[in-house]
Design a protein around this ligand. Structure first.
Ligand SMILES: [Zn+2]
Length: 285
């Protein structure tokens, strides 16, 4: 799998399904623009809830890593991205979960070792654009926060030949974007979902200033309209069957709400200049 001449976007995620939910529109858009899209997941999502239709959690749990890897392959194929890359850590679970104490978990991994694994992926894939989560991991999951920290360090380290020399020749990433969500958009969803007789996944607060996750609208650098890629994004999310309860908001949601919740992706640019606030690929590649 040798990198071709096409520009590459590398998305660094914590668990299978995050790539489609948080960045699926951008990845599909990049593929349609002739880019290579590569996704690396830090963990196999082994502590994810098993809620898929017809799945027996006790039966699936011991082989959840394999199940989620297969779902990830299918999701990335749906988006047009390359097969998944893995950093090889275990899911740490939410704050307070015993998974946080697992020595094989991402949360417990020696930080420099994890940076080196990611540096090796960056140097092998040579991305123009790297994408990960905002500093709060969008909603505070320890693995998301750790993926953010790792990515910031690995992007810097990948460009320095003296650092991690065993991880390949140095590579300078042109742009780094952090997937986030606007508090104004969350407030709008929290207002709109009840109007359609359903509950917003973000709760009921309708005052942006009182919402703790995401970032204020003015802290967003790129607002990407992914409605043209929405069908593929939703189809990719649905490939993660083990994570998808029948009452999930990804199943059977009115089109207007799907568009509201998933038709726009917001990013903070942490490296590189913003050329077009509606297009993270502009000026790259
Ligand atoms: Zn996640």
């Amino acid at each position: 799998m040798s990198p071709s001449d096409a520009p590459t976007v590398l998305a660094v995620h914590a668990h299978p399904d995050d790539e489609s939910i948080a960045t699926g529109g951008l990845l599909a858009r990049a593929v349609d623009a002739g880019w290579r899209a590569v996704v690396v997941s830090a963990t196999g999502g082994e502590r994810g809830e098993i809620v898929g239709e017809g799945m027996d959690p006790d039966e699936v749990r011991p082989r959840l890593r394999e199940v989620r890897a297969a779902e990830m392959e299918a999701a990335l194929a749906t988006l047009g991205a390359e097969p998944p890359r893995w950093l090889g850590y275990r899911d740490s679970g939410m704050v307070g979960d015993p998974g946080n104490d697992d020595p094989a978990s991402l949360w417990r991994a020696p930080f420099d070792e994890a940076v080196e694994r990611l540096v090796a992926v960056i140097r092998a894939e040579r991305p123009a654009l790297v994408v990960t989560y905002d500093a709060f991991g969008i909603y505070g999951h320890p693995d998301h926060v750790q993926a953010h920290r790792l990515t910031l360090c690995a992007v810097e380290a990948a460009a320095v030949p003296a650092l991690h020399p065993a991880a390949g020749p140095a590579w300078e990433v042109s742009a780094l974007d952090l997937a986030t969500i606007s508090r104004t958009a969350i407030a709008e969803m929290n207002r709109a979902f009840p109007e359609h007789g359903t509950v917003s996944p973000f709760g009921t607060e309708t005052d942006p200033a009182a919402i703790a996750m995401g970032v204020p609208a003015e802290a967003i650098d790129l607002t990407v309209d992914v409605r043209a890629h929405l069908e593929r994004k939703v189809a990719a999310v649905r490939q993660h069957r083990s994570q998808l309860a029948l009452d999930s908001f990804f199943v059977g949601m009115p089109d207007a709400l799907t568009e509201l919740a998933m038709g726009t992706e917001a990013y903070q640019r942490r490296r590189g200049a913003v050329v077009d606030p509606g297009d993270p690929l502009a000026g790259l590649g």
